[in-house]
Design a protein. Sequence first.
Length: 123
Amino acid sequence: MRASSLAGFILAALALITAALMGAYVPLKLVELVIEKKLDTLFAGILGLSSIAAGAFLAFFAITLGILGTLAPERFLPREVRSATGEKLAAYRARQRAMLEELDEVKKLLEEIRDLLKEGVGG
């Protein structure tokens, strides 16, 4: 789950950068165009306000979803995915238990071989 937390954090950071550009850079560029008389003031004002609003909207959702996605990414997964993940985890645990049992058997076998070799060398 660390990869999804990192991905959520990166996406939130990129969205915040985009929001900052939309909320600050675009309006400043529009003011510059109005000063140079390349753009009408009314049109620039409407574009500037809409850009600021869109930037604020994007920043709000980036922060909200970024925090929630980073803290609890599994809550946002559909039930089917969560149950499939749980089934995979149970299968993985069973596989690990089986491997440990096999290793215990191998250990016992190796101990028996060691004892036989000690008896053969000593006898």
